[in-house]
Design a protein. Structure first.
Ligand code: IPM
Ligand code: MG
Length: 369
């Protein structure tokens, strides 16, 4: 199909990372055979695994591997209960994940939430609120806002301490993420709902102004604005009104977790973090949205689907291998339809459902490709 050889840096990380990454690699090897595509997968440590292996959450060798790769398939990092003597700046969340987002200019985070019919029971909303199905793409700005704004520090003041984070967005930052949202909407149901807090925040006013202006370049896409708190409420009241939900970094962090619950489980939600396209190529980091889940790590309980769907997003967005990506997505659908369920999406009252572990779920999906 393609004579190109795509280099993938596979960074499993911590918690359930290694066991779900194992399944994603299983799927990629299957795709490689089935489609004859050149995929070269190299694994490297990151997160606490990086600290254990090389003394740093993002070891130099891991960063170097990422730089010579075409995309990063990322597991998850961060174990809040590990070693409190490691300073917050050196801990995996900041020193590995946020550093990676910054290092590679990953400004656009896509989180597609889809409630499959067969998993209607796993959605916390009543059936009538699910309508004909929930299908939302959260587009989250990932390089600015509260996460990266300066100043950011904690200082001693009389009577205690003072902690400062800064929420800041520039016009070009808002423009580029708005374009991503409108372009994505064109391939879907042609509606963008932009969230902000224009009623109280300066950067919310700018956000709304810029998104409105960029929207005029996409007359075929409907644009709505909604306050972020109202968005949180509307997601549970009437989620079917949303197609593309455009959010700044912090709002997107919160609203995408809420939206994920509507999709049945955080274990079902993949994500793509994309940089600026150059020379027809888009570098990206692809990761499940669910995190390390230390409570179930190493027990063969984790749902590998978010990691597997993240690898499909990688094939599509960074390698342009749309058929192979669709094959993975279809195989996930088929496995769910065939009744395979990890614990998070298992319904004991469904006679066709079969509870399986992480490895067996991966096997079922690989067999369906
Ligand atoms: C996410 C995560 C991260 C974030 C954490 C782990 C730093 O929650 O990707 O949504 O807040 O962005
Ligand atoms: Mg989050």
């Amino acid at each position: 199909m393609s004579s190109k050889n795509f280099k993938i840096a596979a960074l499993a990380g911590d918690g359930i990372g290694p066991e779900v990454m194992r399944e994603a690699i299983k799927i990629l090897r299957t795709v490689k055979k089935r489609f004859g595509v050149g995929l070269e997968i190299t694994e490297a440590p990151i997160g606490w695994a990086g600290i254990d292996a090389a003394g740093k959450a993002l070891p130099d060798a891991t960063l170097a591997l990422c730089k010579r790769s075409d995309a990063i398939l990322f597991g998850s990092v961060g174990l809040p209960d590990r070693d409190p003597t490691v300073r917050k700046e050196e801990r995996p969340e900041r020193a590995a994940l946020l550093r990676m987002r910054k290092e590679f200019g990953l400004f656009a985070n896509l989180r597609p939430v889809k409630l499959l019919k067969a998993l209607a029971h796993a959605c916390p909303l009543a059936k009538e609120r699910q309508g004909d199905g929930i299908d939302i793409l959260v587009v989250r700005e990932l390089a600015g806002g509260l996460y990266f704004g300066q100043p950011k520090h904690t200082e001693e003041i009389p009577g205690g301490r003072r902690a400062v984070d800064t929420m800041v967005h520039t016009t070009p930052e808002i423009e580029r993420i708005a374009h991503v949202a409108f372009k994505a909407a064109r391939l879907r149901r042609k509606k963008v709902t932009s969230t902000d807090k224009a009623n109280v925040l300066e950067n919310g006013v700018l956000w709304r102004e810029v998104v409105t202006r960029i929207g005029t370049q996409y007359p075929d896409v409907a644009l709505d604005h909604i306050f972020a708190d109202n968005a949180a409420m509307q997601l549970v009241l009437r989620p079917t009104q949303f197609d593309v939900l455009l959010c700044e970094n912090m709002f997107g962090d919160i609203l995408s977790d809420e939206a994920a619950a509507l999709g049945g489980s955080l274990g079902m939600l993949p994500s793509a973090s994309l940089g600026v396209a150059s020379g027809g190529k888009t570098f990206g980091l692809y990761e499940p949205a669910g995190g390390t889940a230390p409570d179930i790590a190493g027990k063969n309980l984790a749902n590998p689907i978010a990691q597997i769907l993240s690898s499909a997003l990688m094939l599509r967005h960074s390698f342009g291998l749309d058929d192979a990506a669709a094959a993975i997505e279809n195989a996930v659908g088929k496995s769910i339809d065939a009744g395979y369920r990890t614990g998070d999406i298992f319904n004991p009252s469904d006679p066709s459902a079969r509870k399986v572990g992480t490895g067996a779920m991966g096997d079922a999906i690989a067999a369906a490709i």
